[in-house]
Design a protein around this ligand. Structure first.
Ligand SMILES: Cc1cc2nc3c(=O)[nH]c(=O)nc-3n(C[C@H](O)[C@H](O)[C@H](O)COP(=O)(O)OP(=O)(O)OC[C@H]3O[C@@H](n4cnc5c(N)ncnc54)[C@H](O)[C@@H]3O)c2cc1C
Ligand code: FES
Length: 310
């Protein structure tokens, strides 16, 4: 999402303006003068970056499943990213993101020792972590980064965890070691067979449900993947949680930008989610809402690429 959102200039305070809505973010977002130091930066693949920042208040309160709103520079948009790890003692918070457009590229361009302008959170409802038995944690692409803290929490709660990770090819697979450590068993599939089994995560999940009793599933990744996982688990009556990523603006339930339909009701993913019962999600309406900003996003991507090559 890009051109229909703007930010007030320095000195006017923290405001977000959309074509239909203006909201003041006092007491929610940090003042523009605060800066969050980047303590570490690592590239996990060509397009995936891990950043660790100093944000003690976020670290202190963060729980699995929550996210932050980040604004890389004073002139940037705010984007939501999941808290991948939080260290309460050192005050360090880690996010892992894929460079897909203008703002994620801006963030990926920052280096250790630089700061981001805003780092607001933790936001969203934490994951409902229970001891249920055997849990299948199915993740694809950068969704693996979102899955990692949930997997660790499910394991710590005493569940047996079977992880299934999917990527288009070996070079795009991230966090294999960390997920292996968090899971009792881990299966890897790649579309092209360059690593693990050749196939997609739903093949591996369907095979798993034939061999093992699965009490619950988590699915985090691209929308079609999460929907396909829900189709497999619905047939077998396996409760399934998904993490939705509609476009978010304020992240605090005020603008309605992130509304999704779940079980016939309208929910705001930023406060009611981002995790929901996947069998109740209206996937078609989510797909069409996510596509609503494609033209503006494409223009911003092209402008960002031109600026990069200039
Ligand atoms: C709760 C939540 C947690 C997320 N966690 C992660 C994460 O841990 N790692 C990660 O790589 N990505 C995560 N995302 C997605 C991430 O926010 C988008 O990739 C990012 O906003 C893209 O911005 P852009 O300007 O780089 O790209 P753009 O070119 O503007 O957009 C690329 C795509 O990103 C999505 N997007 C754009 N703006 C927003 C926005 N404000 N809010 C939500 N989605 C947007 C759209 O689907 C769009 O098609 C999360 C999204 C949500 C809602
Ligand atoms: S992002 Fe504004 S209501 Fe959720």
């Amino acid at each position: 999402m890009t051109s229909h959102v703007s930010h007030a200039s320095a000195g006017e305070g923290d405001w977000i303006k959309t074509s239909s809505h203006v909201c003041r973010l006092d007491n929610i977002l940090s003042p523009s003068s605060a800066a969050y130091l980047i303590l570490d930066k690592q590239r996990l693949s060509d397009t995936v970056v891990r950043l660790t920042l100093h944000a003690p208040l976020v670290a202190l309160n963060a729980q699995p499943g929550q996210f932050v709103l980040i604004r890389p520079t004073e002139r940037s948009e705010r984007i939501p990213l999941t808290i991948s790890h939080a260290d309460r003692v050192s005050g360090a918070v880690t996010v892992i993101f894929q460079e897909v457009g203008h703002t994620t590229r801006e963030l990926g361009g920052l280096e250790k020792g630089q700061s981001v302008q805003d780092f607001a959170g933790p936001l969203g409802t934490p994951s409902d972590i229970q001891r249920v038995g055997t849990v299948a944690c199915v993740a694809g692409g950068v969704g693996i980064a979102v899955m990692l803290p949930v997997t660790r929490a499910l394991k710590a709660a005493g569940n047996r965890i079977i992880g299934i990770l999917g990527a288009r090819n070996k070079s795009l697979l991230i966090l294999e070691d960390e997920m292996r450590e968090a899971c009792d068993e881990l299966a890897i599939v790649t579309d092209d067979g360059s690593y693990g089994e050749q196939g997609i995560v739903t093949d591996a999940l369907a095979a798993l449900t034939q061999r093992d009793r699965i009490d619950m599933a988590y699915a985090i990744g691209p929308l079609p993947m999460m929907q396909a996982v829900c189709d497999v688990t619905r047939d077998q009556s396996i409760a399934t949680v998904v993490s939705l990523d509609p476009v978010m603006v304020d992240g605090t339930g005020m603008c309605g930008g992130c509304r999704v339909r779940v079980g016939g009701d309208v929910k705001f993913a930023c406060v009611d989610g981002p995790e929901f019962d996947g069998h109740l999600v209206d996937w078609d309406s989510l797909r069409s809402r996510k596509a609503g900003y494609r033209e503006q996003e494409q223009k911003a991507r092209e402008a960002s690429e031109e600026a990069h090559h200039a």
